[in-house]
Design a protein around this ligand. Structure first.
Ligand SMILES: *Cc1c(COP(=O)(O)O)cnc(C)c1O
Length: 387
């Protein structure tokens, strides 16, 4: 749909639009490439819009949630509770009780959390379904966000897992297996393959010593998407071939029935969304042309470079109502907040834009609205639509 028609349909700017057909194609790509029998779990925090989660519930095998609210969003869809896992540090007693009552799998992040899960189960008279999130003893290179290898707030240190499993033998819990999440936004297939090899090796070693049967192996994900001109898309086929070799060579011989899961957020939704803003001012300042738009970092923090980026680079953007026109003007696109951090496009060459034109920011489907400081400066919330 042309962006100006979409904007008219939404009725106001700024807004986020997510593409249903693209989401479907994205899952189809994963199905066509990943080994059969590997489950795909969607990490809801990447984009928790209820309509998106609802649409994906018919396409993926599982959901991973990270808060009580995300848990409710997941449970509002047809996804069975047994296919929802709840990870994340600092789960409150109320969230644990919610999770136990719903029958979702709790990915335990510490020994004390394990004790609290057992207590919640006892209080409710329900046997909690649990898995152990492991803080791996290796680290992954090439990841936008690196997890594991040293001390961290996520998961239980690998070397302490055997002692916890011994305790769990006597606890009234339904132990399913293990979860490792070693990093995020990784575009290098070799480093994802290496992480998967080390993850499976670690899990198989722990499963071999485990006094409890292991039926669930969540091997993480971290599949990245290209944001910047020099980024090459991830070689998904290479990752899939490596995973197939691990499943067939290492996992199946020892654990023929274990459910193997990859857990993805950004790779599924990131490319399926745009953030659309309108030019409210066009001004010159000492030789530089500024386009001032009605959105900004309060809705799309990542595009301003302030969501964990080390070097600020421009997200891809375009003038949505001037696709056919030649890019022949270099401008700086800024948001409407009173801070120089609210920079959306630094020295970008675009078709000459006027007040009222639409600036479209791509790759806005993941970690957009809910990863942004929406209350900052008190501007209205943007609309979100699934089209
Ligand atoms: C955030 C998160 C994900 C999703 O990461 P993406 O980079 O969006 O794929 C998956 N698993 C866990 C445990 C997470 O915390």
């Amino acid at each position: 749909m042309p962006v100006d028609r979409l904007a008219a349909r939404v009725g106001s700017t700024p807004f986020f639009a997510y593409d249903r057909a693209m989401l479907t194609r994205r899952i189809q790509l994963l199905r066509d490439t990943l080994p059969a029998g590997v489950s795909i779990s969607y990490a809801v925090k990447a984009n928790p819009m209820p309509a998106v989660v609802q649409h994906l519930s018919g396409l993926v095998d599982a959901f991973d949630v990270a808060s009580g609210l995300e848990l409710r969003t997941a449970l509002d869809t047809p996804m069975p509770a047994a296919r929802v896992s709840f990870a994340g540090p600092g789960k409150t007693d109320a969230e644990l009780a919610q999770a136990v009552a719903a029958g979702v799998t709790i990915e335990m992040e510490s020994e004390t959390e394990a004790e609290r899960v057992v207590a919640a189960g006892r209080r409710l008279g329900i046997r909690p379904r649990v898995a152990v999130r492991i803080n791996p003893d290796f680290t992954v290179k090439g990841s936008g966000m690196r997890l594991g290898g040293g001390p961290q707030q996520f998961g239980i240190d690998a070397e302490r897992v055997p002692a916890l499993l011994k305790e769990l033998v006597h606890a009234d819990v339904d132990f399913l297996g293990f979860h490792v999440f070693a990093g995020s936004q990784n575009l290098r297939a070799e480093s994802i393959c290496e992480a998967q090899r080390q993850t499976v090796e670690l899990m198989m070693r722990l499963a071999d010593e485990s006094p409890l049967p292991v039926r669930y192996l969540n091997v993480g994900g971290g599949f990245g998407i290209p944001y910047f001109p020099k980024d090459e898309p991830l070689d998904l086929a290479a990752v899939a071939a490596n995973l197939r070799a691990l499943v067939e060579g290492s996992i199946r011989p020892a654990l023929p029935d274990a459910r193997v899961v990859v857990e993805l957020g950004r790779f599924i939704v990131g490319e399926c969304g745009v953030y659309v803003t309108r030019v409210v001012d066009r001004k010159e300042s000492r030789g530089r042309t500024y386009l001032v738009v009605d959105g900004g970092l309060h809705h799309q923090l990542a595009a301003s470079g302030n969501f964990g980026q080390v070097i600020r680079r421009n997200y891809p953007l375009a003038i949505g109502n001037r696709w056919a026109e030649e890019a022949r003007e270099t401008v700086t696109v800024v948001g409407c907040l009173c801070t120089p951090l609210d920079l959306l496009g630094d020295n970008v060459t675009l078709p000459p834009a006027e007040i009222g034109d639409l600036v479209v920011i791509f790759q806005a489907g993941a970690y957009g609205l809910t990863a942004s400081p929406t209350a900052f400066l008190g501007h209205p919330a943007p609309a979100e639509v699934l089209v």
